[in-house]
Structures are given as structure tokens and as C-alpha cells.
Design a protein around this ligand. Structure first.
Ligand SMILES: [Zn+2]
Length: 295
């Protein structure tokens, strides 16, 4: 059994890292450029960010490969650099993580809309994920995290690609839900019950949600997941919903607020807790204190 699943089986609550995008902008990365180009040109920045999360107490760090499927990279004319960009992302994270911290390879949506809603063939998206995930696994990762998915069909294509390319590596799949009058749904109309059933049927090892919601909604999402699956859960909330303050994007949920909500999140059955948009090493450090006190 993989180190990640073994630790979860023993009842450990694992802490993942926080946001990457906001940290990259702090380091002067221009928004609008493919953020994955940094993997090749300035890997030391990624190593530095991963180190800050590890110092904050993260058990898992994510690679900067969220948008590194060839379909997404094609928008910046970088599709032919898929292998190089993904492998450089893993190397930077591994350099900071050593052998004690786990490296999880981030895989985000392809950016294409699948037939019949859009014009992209399923095989094209599947091949793209296969190419990306093959590159990621060749460099040595502990897990794959397919995240911010809104279309269950695309999530399943990525999951199938991961199981094909790397059957021994645990796969986490997280979708982004929105609260509606009828409950939580992705913008493409997938419910938590449907997501849980399909992801479990396709062999996901860990499932859950990231992005789109702050702590309080994520606790409700976790509780609902628990009623539909026995798989371990991963939850990565945003630091609340972004607001504009003096021309800047600002996230309202503080590290202290995050920490105060951790016990409820754990009670709702979550095995891995991390942060999405707006979360910082301070959020991770604050949660680490609570999780340590739990043991
Ligand atoms: Zn996010």
C-alpha cells in the first residue's frame, strides 16, 4: 500500500499545502502568462514556496502543474513542452519535500468543453491527460490530485488516464461545487451523490472538493460526501469568497478562522485538509497547531 493511503488507514489527519497562484504573484509572476512556464525557467521559486508550506507543517505539497495538460498549454503555444514542464514541476516540489513530505501532482481541467456541450472529442481530452500524467509519474510522485473539476465526464477521463498511466499511485479527485436552493451542484450540474458514486466506480482512492467555497460550506459538503461514500475525503477550501478591496483581490477567512473550523471538518469525516485560493502558509501553520492538539 502507498505511504499516503497507509497513513490515512492508520487514522492520521494529513495536512496539505495552500494556494500556489497568489504566492507566485507575490514573486512577481505576471497574471495572464501560463504559470507553469516558471517550472522550467525559475524552479527555485517553486522550491521556495514548497519550503514555506513545509515549514508551516504541510505533510503534502502540490506540484505547479494544474494547467499543464497539453490542451491547456496549447493556448500559450507550449503543448510541445508538456513533458518538460510537468517533470520540472515535480522536481522542484521533490527538492523541497525530500523523502519525508509527500508530493502530490496537480492535474486541473483541460480547458476544453466536451461533446455534446462543446466540440472536443472525449479521446482528445483522455490522450491529453495520459500525456501529462505519464510525464508526472516518470519523475516520482506520491499521489495524483485531479482538482477543480466541474464536469464529471472530464473528471472520469482524467481518473481513467491516471489509473492507466500509474495503477500503483493513489489518485485523489476533487470537484468544485456551488450552493443552490436544491443543494450543492457543480456549474455543469453534477451533484455530490453522483460525483461520489461515479468516482468510486472508476477507482478513485480519495475524493472530495476544492475551491469555490470557504470553510463553512465545505463542512456541509464533507458531511454530504460522507453519506454517499466510504472513501477517504480530501477538502481544500478557499479562504472565503474573494472581494475587491482598494483595487486588490482580498480573501476574508483568516488563518485563525480556518484553525477554529478544523475540528468540525475532522468530525465530518475528512482525512486530508488543505487550502485553495487565498490560503497562505499562515493558514497551514494555524491548522497544523489544531491538528497536533487533536492527537
Ligand atoms: Zn481555488
Amino acid at each position: 500500500m502507498s505511504a499516503l493511503l497507509e497513513r490515512i488507514r492508520k487514522g492520521e489527519i494529513l495536512l496539505s499545502d495552500g494556494a500556489m497562484g497568489t504566492m507566485l504573484m507575490e514573486h512577481g509572476l505576471e497574471s495572464g502568462k501560463a504559470p507553469e512556464t516558471i517550472n522550467v525557467h525559475r524552479p527555485e521559486i517553486l522550491e521556495e514556496i514548497a519550503k514555506r508550506y513545509i515549514e508551516a507543517g504541510a505533510d503534502i505539497v502540490q506540484t505547479n502543474t494544474f494547467g499543464a495538460s497539453p490542451l491547456k498549454l496549447a493556448r500559450s503555444n507550449l503543448a510541445d513542452k508538456t513533458r518538460e514542464i510537468n517533470q520540472a514541476g515535480v522536481k522542484a516540489a521533490r527538492k523541497a519535500a525530500g523523502n519525508t513530505v509527500l508530493v502530490s501532482a496537480s492535474v486541473g481541467p483541460s480547458g476544453c468543453i466536451l461533446k455534446p456541450y462543446g466540440d472536443t472529442e472525449h479521446e482528445v481530452v483522455m490522450d491529453g491527460f495520459l500525456e501529462q500524467i505519464t510525464a508526472l509519474t516518470e519523475t516520482g510522485i506520491d499521489a495524483i490530485c485531479i482538482e477543480t473539476m466541474t464536469d464529471i465526464v472530464e473528471a472520469l477521463l482524467a481518473l481513467d488516464a491516471a489509473k492507466k498511466a500509474a495503477p500503483a499511485i493513489p489518485v485523489m479527485v476533487t470537484m468544485t461545487f456551488e450552493p443552490t436552493a436544491k443543494g450543492f451542484f457543480t456549474i455543469m450540474g453534477t451533484s455530490i451523490a453522483h460525483a461520489a458514486k461515479e468516482l468510486e466506480n472508476h477507482g478513485a482512492d480519495i475524493i472530495g472538493s476544492n475551491c469555490g467555497n470557504g470553510m463553512e460550506q465545505m463542512i456541509r459538503i464533507a458531511r454530504e460526501f460522507c453519506t454517499h461514500t466510504k472513501l477517504p475525503l480530501i477538502i481544500q477550501p478557499n479562504a472565503g469568497l474573494p472581494e475587491r478591496k482598494e483595487g486588490k483581490i482580498w480573501y476574508p477567512e483568516s488563518p485563525q478562522f480556518f484553525a477554529a473550523k478544523v475540528p468540525e471538518l475532522i468530525e465530518s469525516g475528512v482525512s486530508i485538509i488543505g487550502g485553495c485560493c487565498g490560503t497562505t502558509p499562515e493558514h497551514i501553520a494555524a491548522m497544523r497547531n489544531v491538528i497536533m492538539n487533536k492527537k
